[in-house]
Ligand binder design. Sequence first.
Ligand code: PLP
Length: 369
Amino acid sequence: MNVPFLDFTRLAQATADATQAAVQAVTASGRVILGPEVQAFEQAWAEACGVGHAVGVGSGTDALEIALRAFGVGPGDEVVTQANTCPPTASAIARTGARVVLCDVDEASGRIDLQSLQGALTERTKAVIPVHLYGQCADVAAVRAVLPDGVWVLEDCAQAHLATFEGRPAGAVGDAAAWSFYPSKNLGALGDAGATTTDDPVLADRMRELRQYGAFGQSDASGFGMNSRLDELQAAVLTRRLELLPAWTERRRAIASAYRDALAGTRLEPLELDPRAEHAYHLFVVRSTERDDVRRRLLERGVQTLVHYATPLHRLPAFAASVATPVSLARSELLCDQVLSLPLNPLLSDAEVAAVIEASRSVAAGGQK
Ligand SMILES: Cc1ncc(COP(=O)(O)O)c(C=O)c1O
């Protein structure tokens, strides 16, 4: 049996009713930009995240940039993030004019390492971005505890929809959080979309201004802004898909639990689960020193895998010359050489889950670690 990593046609079919209802609602309202659907989604998403405010924007990358700009980050500042994250985390920092500073991660879970973070701080550090990579929350309160007063914390929640840490929703501990609703995300739109969330009304207002030219009105822009509005159609789709998200998340967790049980003690080692975190399982990531060979053998058995991510940021051509690397990034480098992601999404059938398990166990049994 062939198991694709993700099947967008299946996703479109499973959400056809929600999409149709969304299109009808927007067509009937005649409002296509910053109307009732955006407002309704912002309210629903803020509630789902346990915070006071959500601001719909064009993408997760824009959400990161807008939040950083709302903090006042700009040229001369430094922003620290982890070296194994998705490139847009760093692109957003660079787009503000600030310097990207990288720190290392904990080898077992791939989350930000506090000691390494401390080594990367300077008097120019204006903000830190812990990334809830793969859907497992970092300990943001512990991150905050090692920061000097005045350093902002932005949670990159692009992979962490409905994840929690010690019972608190992802995004609720930092000063603000950035979300992506890219179609492959746990909550995905029908195109690009994103949001920022925060409990701080002043930050929320600044982010609303920044997403639209620098101010609400076109003629009274109070400062730098961009055009990064969530549109009505995407908001309408997201509100209706949000109703499906709790059940989808439970399905992700059930599949992940089956994978964990099946792979326990084998040579395909899942990343460590933190008992304080309720994982959203955007990705199910395992490690192997024979990663590329394992991927080839899984594909021979019909199982498509991906790598998130193969190159740490400081080794990407776009960043190699510009990022600061004040601390060792050895664990990020090691993980980037070893990680692979098995197919995991809520629309996988039980037969497909069984096929992934069988192929993984057979590959794990046959190969070196
Ligand atoms: C961790 C992380 N941050 C940021 C982003 C950027 O989100 P978007 O693609 O919506 O701009 C992504 C998306 O892939 C991501 O995974």
